[in-house]
Design a protein. Structure first.
Length: 234
């Protein structure tokens, strides 16, 4: 049986988990204005290796490998500086909170697999999966090693704040719940806040998708893209 986008589900509804365990989301303000301006090309890529993410407060869910995607890789790999920033995010979380990673660096062949599978649905709008592009100046975010898909955990349970990972509906949008008060909205806000505090930017179409050093990161921050395509030997 072929794997399917969004399966298996590895989160539990955030509101349910927090209520069961008596955990409150720390106070957090509204989401900032979100945008996704045109992404500049990578003209002067930084030479920086991929490293395996290892941190006591970060779970590796390995969604695509466990689902059986042919080109998926074990563990989670990110550029060294990105992994270090993510570790600082985890270090600063309150007690009982942590992170769970769905996906990090993604081989080009896996990007092709996912894109083709998602867009068998002719009604799916563009943008949910980056179009595979082998142009060295315009790598997809995950191929650069600067993008990470993740969620918060509460008492070690990965949270789904209003939707699961790889939800291909409008609920995936970061601000989809912004005018619906409650734990799901607050978890999205909290996740965005803690990631932004260490320099990450969010893709406005996916609450779980954050980037640093990528073309999107450069477009949003006004910086220069740092990372071109990455591979296991980088």
């Amino acid at each position: 049986m072929s794997p399917r986008i969004g399966e298996p589900c590895q989160t539990r509804p955030a509101a349910e988990v927090l209520a069961e365990n008596g955990i409150e989301v720390p106070p957090v303000g509204p989401l900032p204005d979100l945008s996704d301006p045109p992404h500049p090309p990578v003209l002067n890529p930084v030479v920086e290796s991929l490293v395996r993410v290892e941190h006591p407060r970060i779970q590796l869910l390995e969604c695509y490998r466990r689902a059986g995607w042919q080109s998926a890789v074990p563990d989670c790999w990110l550029r060294r500086s990105v992994a270090e920033r993510l570790g600082r995010v985890a270090d600063d979380l309150p007690e009982r909170w942590g992170l769970a990673i769905f996906d990090g660096w993604r081989p080009f062949d896996l990007q092709v697999e996912l894109y083709r599978a998602a867009y068998t649905d002719p009604d799916l709008p563009p943008g949910f999966f980056a179009e595979p592009d082998d142009d060295l100046l315009r790598p997809p975010p995950h191929l650069s090693g600067g993008a990470v898909d993740l969620t918060l955990t509460a008492d070690g349970i990965p949270l789904g704040p209003g939707s699961d990972f790889d939800d291909l509906t409008p609920l995936a949008h970061v601000a989809a719940l912004e005018h619906q008060p409650g734990p799901n909205r607050d978890v999205r806000r909290f996740l965005n806040q803690v990631m932004a505090s260490k320099g990450f930017v969010v893709f406005d179409g996916e609450w779980w998708h954050f980037e640093y050093g990528t073309r999107r990161w450069a477009a949003i921050t006004g910086g220069m893209p740092q990372f071109g395509p990455a591979g296991p030997a980088d």
